[in-house]
Design a protein around this ligand. Structure first.
Ligand code: ZN
Ligand code: ZN
Length: 464
């Protein structure tokens, strides 16, 4: 039972449905409200996250653990009663950290808390040692002269990440994570370290993927925990500082990953897709990123199954593989389903942690915005407002969205998300069952409405 939330919501849920659009019938709106009430009483999502993060734990993309997670997923989805449960495998290159260590060598010898960034090359045997050159921002590094001033040095980008509710600062932060090693190598540096992409001040670094530019020199790269970045900056105030970085990694050219798919069959072959990603980084147990998303869409699907009414459209749940290393599962999905992309009516992925949803952003045809408004009116008792028509649908919706599939972003409050994101502290104890239940309610109602609304979410093609 969730008394506080129930107090806020049930009175509002009890008001008669006011669909106010031809596309959303009163009957569908009422059913969506029933799903919301049932979702608030369901433990399936919370139990799903607990089971996944306890029995599998970390699920690095392409690893044996990610494969065990797929087996777990198939059993789990079948046991809940979903249909057409299957794995769609794909191949990918593999990267894993083996060991990582950094220390100030001089003038003040002491260890530094670091973690290698995903895809980083190893350091040479015995590590790499160099004098630190600090840049306040990534833009400062990118603007540094192309001379020999960084030759043999270790670049340190000391940029803080701004805390936001909607995660809008992540793009800038990723530019630092992905770009620091490339810009450093262009100028002859032997390694690059960054202040972690994160908003906490704890002594545990944040990993995340980086990408080397084609044809460029590859230098090792790692993230410092926030206090260690501060310490390094303090040390630099006394004069030159030399750091040793020692990273070893394991790579394989090709391993298997896969997407896990389950369905609630509808009366037609049109599809509504909801998903999350099954892989996680290796440092924590991937509870918030993205065990939460897996739990939310599974819990939503389960309350729809329990309604025992066949939706008009098929509702497809996708657990994407290998999201963290470049949306590999999402691209594999779009390729495998290239011939039925026009059957994908609308999609949404939950991949922004475990906080409450506070707004609905659509990306529909401009002529279909009444559908977004109708959905939001049903979701409003959950505290969800209507925002703009610039939704992304979540990372794994990117290939579908760029192919023209309409998407919805059910935006979660991400104020604290980057405190934990990609750290050893992303563990199940951070999951709040009431917040998860609110997400499940929103996804269940959204998926049901999307599956039963009449008409397309796209603009009609222009007449010749
Ligand atoms: Zn994620
Ligand atoms: Zn992530």
């Amino acid at each position: 039972m969730r008394p506080l939330f129930a107090l806020i919501s049930l009175a509002a849920l009890a008001t008669p449905a006011m669909a106010q659009t031809d596309a959303l019938s009163d009957e569908t709106a009422m059913q969506a409200r029933t799903l919301m009430e049932n979702a608030l009483e369901s433990d399936v999502a919370y139990d799903t996250i607990r089971d996944l993060t306890t029995r599998i734990g970390p699920r690095l993309a392409g690893s044996e653990a990610e494969a065990r997670a797929r087996d777990w997923a198939v059993d789990h989805l079948k046991s809940l009663g979903f249909k057409n449960v299957r794995v769609e495998p794909f191949d990918m290159p593999f990267w894993s950290r083996v060991s990582e260590h950094a220390e100030i060598v001089s003038p003040f010898p002491q260890p530094l808390a670091i973690t290698a960034l995903g895809n980083s090359v190893a350091t040479p045997e015995g590590g790499v040692t160099g004098e630190i050159v600090r840049f306040e921002t990534m833009n400062d590094l990118a603007a540094a002269p192309m001379d020999d001033s960084l030759k043999g040095k270790i670049v340190f980008v000391d940029e803080d990440m701004v805390r936001t509710q909607d995660g809008s600062s992540y793009g800038v932060a990723v530019a630092k994570r992905s770009g620091a090693a490339n810009e450093a190598a262009k100028r002859g540096a032997v390694a690059a370290i960054i202040k972690s992409v994160g908003t906490d001040t704890f002594r545990r670094p944040h990993t995340g993927t980086m990408r080397y530019i084609d044809g460029g020199t590859k230098v090792p790269t790692a993230a410092l925990a926030w206090p260690d970045a501060e310490q390094l900056t303090r040390a630099l105030a006394y004069g030159p500082v030399t750091v040793r970085l020692d990273i070893s990694v394991l790579t394989k050219d090709s391993v298997e990953s896969g997407n896990v798919i389950a369905e609630i069959p509808g009366k037609t072959d049109e599809l509504v897709v909801i998903g999350g990603h099954l892989d996680s980084w290796d440092l924590g147990t991937g509870a918030v990123d993205d065990g939460a998303g897996i739990g939310i869409v599974t819990g939503a699907g389960k309350v729809i199954l329990d309604l025992k009414k066949k939706p008009e459209r098929t509702i497809r749940i996708v657990y994407f593989g290998a999201e963290e290393v470049g949306l590999l599962g999402a691209f594999a999905y779009a390729k495998a389903h290239a011939t039925e992309l026009d059957k994908h009516v609308v999609g949404a992925e939950s991949d922004f942690g475990a906080g409450r949803i506070y707004q609905l952003r659509s990306r529909f045809g401009e002529s279909q915005l009444d559908k977004a408004a109708a959905m939001q009116r049903v979701l409003e008792p959950l505290g969800i407002a209507l925002a703009d028509n610039e939704g992304t649908g979540g990372p794994d919706m990117t290939p579908l969205r760029t192919a023209g599939v309409p998407v919805v972003s059910l935006s979660q409050n991400g104020w604290d998300y980057f405190d934990l994101h990609h750290t050893s502290d992303d563990t199940f104890d951070k999951i709040d069952p009431d917040d998860i239940a609110q997400n499940v309610a929103a996804y269940a109602a959204f998926a049901w409405m999307a599956a039963n609304m009449e008409g397309s979410f796209r603009d009609a093609p222009a007449a010749d």
